[in-house]
Write a protein that binds this ligand. Structure first.
Ligand code: 13P
Length: 255
């Protein structure tokens, strides 16, 4: 496995936090802190309402802006939803799909995740696809099966040439927002299962080129050790992405 073949990507997921005003302030601070940090790509996935402020504040910096979800239909009677075209026209380049909070609280299924992945990739967005097991599944010893199944369904019908716009984030649900981070070995193992599954689907070359992030209580203190693992090519960061200095420290750890 050659980690050098892959681009490290440090991405924040703000979830339901921050207002447009706070967005402008945080990105203003962050862009100074990450100046010249070329060792990884830097992405902030923000609430839809914050997108215009984020795009404006990040302009001319290395920070790219992402959304936290996207609908699979192009347009129509889907109250409250946002289409891929709306995102791209607003200056969004990345989108998170299939986050466990969407799966847990908003009825997202592997099948709808698959539809969203395809709609986003077809619109030219870069997708951060989230997969991860709940604690009960880990305790049952079926983590590998769960990750393989989620990955396979999410990528069903996705052509190989679109993989260059795909990142997969392994996020064990029990480690999200709990402060209970996976051990570097657990993160490496989970990411390895994801990569192996992509190899099964698309072959070794595609799998070796794929950026696989770890997410779940990653912070400025544990990032270096997690990112040091061969299969961990970046991080998807919740809580610690809400503080510019903490997020910048994680970017530093990825250099
Ligand atoms: P925390 O970093 O707050 O645990 O959240 C992780 C996450 O869900 C990122 O998508």
């Amino acid at each position: 496995m050659n980690k050098k073949k892959r681009r490290a990507v440090i991405a924040g997921n703000w979830k339901m936090n921050m207002t447009p005003e706070k967005t402008t302030a945080l990105i203003g601070e962050l862009r100074e802190l990450v100046k010249g940090k070329r060792g990884c790509d830097i992405v902030l996935c923000v609430p839809a309402i914050d997108i215009p402020a984020a795009v404006k504040a990040a302009k001319g910096s290395r920070i790219r802006i992402g959304a936290e979800n996207v609908h699979f239909e192009e347009k129509g009677a889907f109250t409250g939803e946002i289409s891929a075209e709306m995102l791209t026209s607003a200056g969004v380049e990345y989108v998170i799909v299939g986050h466990s909070e969407r799966r847990q609280y908003f009825g997202e299924t592997d099948a709808t995740v698959n539809k969203r992945v395809k709609a986003a990739l077809n619109a030219g967005l870069k997708v951060i696809l989230c997969v991860g097991e709940v604690l009960e599944q880990r305790d049952l010893g079926i983590t590998g099966e769960v990750l393989a199944m989620q990955t396979k369904i999410a990528l069903h019908g996705v052509p190989e040439e679109q993989l260059k716009n795909l990142i997969i984030a392994y996020e064990p649900v029990w480690a999200i927002g709990t402060g209970r981070v996976a051990t570097p070995e657990q993160a490496d193992e989970g990411n390895g299962v994801v990569r192996k599954t992509v190899e099964e689907l698309y072959g070794k070359k595609a799998a070796e080129a794929l950026t696989v992030q770890y997410g779940g209580s990653m912070n400025e203190k544990n990032a270096a050790e997690l990112l040091g693992k061969v299969n961990v090519d970046g991080g998807l960061i919740g809580g610690a992405s809400l503080v510019a200095s903490k997020f910048a420290a994680i970017v530093d750890a990825a250099q």
